[in-house]
Design a protein around this ligand. Structure first.
Ligand code: APR
Ligand code: ZN
Length: 305
């Protein structure tokens, strides 16, 4: 039996026959652009676990701290560029209208690579959407790329001279005290202000314990349910531990024979359990272009601008 690991010829055979393709992407897709992943190396921000700052409780307790973390992530996402992985997925979307890409990334790199919006669902929102933190207000501001976002968050808009050593900047050096930011110095909701209330704006991302956008979830369910089987599910650069993203590969299998194809720096056996599954060990930036080449051709400059 031919190997199911790193077998491009086997993938090309499946791709040639595939009609409906679903991709589920995570932080590993953007790693080669220079953005850290959440779990494993790079998952610490100062001495906080990145995942501990991504909660409504953390924001309620210290909105200045949580905003500094997100302001730094906004700044870094604006500094970097989409990589060959984002470009390959965008090119596949343009070739195949039956390809839908779900991303957990909030960095806006897939849209910047030209991924058609109708074929992309940003499960966890965007760093560049601002929304009101009050439950009774639905104010939302899309596409705000101001950097710094406001004067008090300017310390977060400093790039490390060497991205592999971000602790060299004061903001990321735990021995250097953080600036104290009072709520009045943070972005305020204009709609609440009009009615004499004060509410902070917050990043338009989904935090732990929060629900994903219901309309988006039903659109994804409808996509899976309509039409024939999902022929290929690509699972790209995600540890597949956060739901619902982690559940879509198995959910898609209920319609017929689906090959789950994992692309990850660290391939684990649990990620490709069935005989029709394949896995590619290495960077999404290295593999995706080669995997899709029969359909999309060679990417200019290898896809890295
Ligand atoms: N190419 C492919 N995979 C990579 C690369 C790369 N260049 N670099 C790292 N990886 C893999 C890692 O091996 C790991 O399996 O990417 C995965 C990143 O996993 P996580 O850090 O857990 O990121 P993700 O799966 O996107 O996390 C899901 O958790 O914290 C929340 O909301 C946040 O959207 C995020 C969600
Ligand atoms: Zn409001």
């Amino acid at each position: 039996m031919a190997s199911r690991l790193n077998n491009l010829a086997a993938f090309h055979q499946k791709l040639a026959k595939a009609n409906r393709i679903l991709a589920i992407c995570g932080a590993g897709l953007s790693a080669a652009s220079g953005l850290p992943t959440f779990r494993g190396a790079g998952g610490l921000w100062r001495n906080y676990e990145a995942t501990d700052l991504a909660t409504p409780e953390a924001f309620a307790e210290d909105p200045g701290l949580v905003w500094l973390f997100y302001a730094y992530r906004r700044h870094m996402a604006l500094q970097v560029k989409p990589n060959a992985g984002h470009h390959a997925l965008a090119a596949l979307a343009k070739k195949n209208p039956n390809f839908l890409c779900l991303t957990q990334n909030v960095d806006n790199l897939s849209p910047r690579a030209g991924h058609p919006p109708s074929q992309l669902r940003t499960l966890h929102g965007s760093l560049f959407t601002l929304k009101c933190s009050s439950r009774s207000c639905n104010y939302m501001e899309p596409s705000n790329t101001a950097d710094p976002l406001c004067p008090s968050l300017a310390p977060a808009s400093v790039s490390p001279p060497d991205p592999s050593q971000p602790a060299k900047i004061p903001l990321l050096d735990p021995s250097h005290p953080l600036p104290r930011i009072s709520p009045s110095q943070l972005p305020q909701c204009p709609r609440c202000q009009e009615s004499g209330k004060q509410s902070l704006l917050r990043p338009g991302v989904i935090w732990f314990g929060e629900s994903l956008d219901a309309t988006m979830l039903s659109e994804i369910d409808a996509w899976i349910d309509q039409g024939g089987p999902v022929d290929i599910v690509l699972v790209v650069g995600t540890s597949s531990v956060v739901y619902p993203a982690a559940g879509y590969a198995e959910r898609a299998r209920t319609k017929g024979v689906t090959s789950v194809v994992t692309v990850n720096k660290e391939v684990e056996k649990r990620m490709w359990t069935r005989q029709e599954d394949l896995a590619f060990q290495g960077g999404a930036e290295e593999w995706l272009g080669k995997m899709f080449e029969p359909l999309i051709g060679a990417l200019p400059g290898g896809g890295n601008e």
